[in-house]
Write a protein that binds this ligand. Structure first.
Ligand code: AKB
Length: 313
């Protein structure tokens, strides 16, 4: 990976990945793209930035070609809760953007990365310590697009020899750019509200465990997987990765160690149904074995860092 094009670069993952890759590869070697432009966002002001609708395959191809990129990191996608509210739009965007990025990679001989998710699992998947290879019958549109993504990634590798790679991300927690439209977003909102009012009303019920990871570990994972020797990778699309699994009471307890009076309440919400269909905890041992995945943050270390950085404003 020497010169990279990133789609969805203004999103939660994209904004931090763009910053890291500009640092690692040099600002001129990262072409950040998004469908919108936020002039004062570091992603736009800190280096190359181009407007790109991922449904415009010709523009994606010409941007990659003109800039001589060797890697495409395709992040643009609707997350689970928004996708469930607008399933047809989600299918169109998630699959349309994916096929354009895979075709760009095939035509130009690029390495390709796109993230899958714990949403690629469903209620019939083993819920605890979910294996790398297992039943995948998701019941959400987001999950359906993620399974299709994993399969298409494998297809482009075996049929066309495209160097496709991917991970199944758990909920990602970060303070720089907020997520939007996800089911695991409660685990970001809770920190913001803890600092603002000392109380959080959670749309995810007590007792609902989901896998999570702090953003610095997620960015390390993308970089490490893209740099891993191809011959070591058996499960290209996509690797289970996770750093922790917790339920709302556990993150609340972790926050209480820093903000003793913090309280949590609960309300009914359609996102609960999505959360209930996902695993409690997934097994990341293949990622550890095949390319050395090694998350650094546990729940308390993440809580300390989140609150410290959110306080700085
Ligand atoms: C979501 O909640 O939709 C995402 C995910 C787990 O893929 N954070």
């Amino acid at each position: 990976m020497k010169k990279v094009l990133i789609t969805g670069a203004l999103g939660q993952i994209g904004s931090e990945l763009t910053e890291r890759l500009r640092h690692n590869l040099g600002a001129d070697n990262v072409i950040a793209t998004d469908i919108r432009e936020i002039k004062d966002a570091p992603t736009v002001s800190g280096g190359r930035f181009e407007l790109l609708d991922v449904l415009d395959g010709e523009r994606m191809l010409s941007l990659a070609k003109e800039n001589g990129v060797d890697t495409i990191i395709h992040l643009a996608s609707l997350l689970s809760a928004v996708a469930e509210a607008k399933p047809q739009v989600a299918w169109h965007l998630n699959m349309g953007g994916l096929i354009n990025s895979l075709e760009t990679a095939r035509k130009l001989g690029l390495q390709h990365f796109s993230p899958s998710s714990i949403a690629a699992f469903g209620p019939s998947t083993p819920m605890d310590n979910t294996p790398q290879v297992t039943i995948q019958r998701p019941t959400t549109m987001y999950g359906v697009t993620k399974v299709a993504m994993e399969l298409l990634g494998d297809y482009y590798f075996t049929k066309f020899g495209v160097d496709t790679r991917g991970v199944r991300f758990p909920g990602l927690i970060s303070y720089k750019t907020l997520p939007g439209g996800g089911t695991t977003d409660y685990a970001v909102d809770i920190y913001i509200e803890a600092l603002k009012s000392g109380h959080y009303d959670s749309f995810i019920k007590a007792g609902t465990k989901m896998d999570m990871m702090y953003m610095p570990d997620a960015i390390d994972a993308i970089v490490d997987l893209l740099n891993a020797p191809a011959e070591n990778l058996k499960d290209r699309n996509a690797f289970n990765i996770t750093a922790m699994s917790f339920e709302p009471e556990e993150i609340a307890a972790s926050i209480r160690k820093e903000i003793p009076g913090f309280t949590i309440g609960y309300y009914d919400d359609p996102r609960q149904k999505i959360a209930d269909s996902w695993p409690n905890s997934i097994d990341a041992s293949e990622a550890k074995k095949q390319w050395g995945f090694h998350p650094k943050y546990d729940l308390d270390a993440m809580t300390k860092d989140m609150l410290k950085n959110l306080k700085k404003g």
